[in-house]
Ligand binder design. Structure first.
Ligand SMILES: [Zn+2]
Length: 153
């Protein structure tokens, strides 16, 4: 799943749970990543095939730009998005995919990669990238609605 969906989900989660501990928010964000990854989401196979590193970096750059743009758009109406626990949750939700980059570029983390892969395959179903983008776009729209229309915990 894309970082935008992970980070916004983690932000809403810790806010709605009323988590004020930065450490717990980080842990919740980290764990929420694997739960979301279990839902078929269309981009599970981006880290395979010839030239996958360049493909991954391209998607990650676009994803990071979308997330940054959304945070800037949300900030005037949702100032708590920059609270420490919410930021920690968003960082925690991104760490699992950053560890994938570490595995591919710096240090093999084979056991971790097997676990992450098993999360992607949890339901044994896959959908195409187009449906995945629709699903994740829908999720992001719901999260944005929650951010803007409902009060913080
Ligand atoms: Zn992941």
């Amino acid at each position: 799943m894309f970082l935008t969906a992970h980070a916004l989900t983690a932000a809403v989660l810790v806010d709605r749970l009323g988590v004020h501990s930065t450490l717990w928010a980080l842990v919740i964000g980290f764990c929420s990543h694997f739960v979301l990854d279990a839902i078929p989401h269309g981009d599970e196979g981006l880290d395979k095939g010839k030239g996958f590193v360049r493909v991954l970096w391209t998607w990650a750059l676009a994803d990071g730009l979308v997330l940054t743009a959304m945070l800037f758009l949300l900030l005037p109406r949702v100032p708590w998005i920059l609270s420490l626990p919410v930021l920690a949750a968003m960082v925690g939700s991104i760490v699992p995919d950053a560890l994938q980059a570490v595995h591919h570029l710096v240090l093999p983390l084979s056991r971790y990669m097997r676990f992450h892969h098993r999360c992607h395959e949890y339901f044994g179903k896959r959908i195409g990238i187009r449906y995945g983008l629709l699903l994740q776009g829908g999720l992001v729209m719901i999260l944005l609605t929650l951010f803007i229309l409902t009060p913080s915990a």
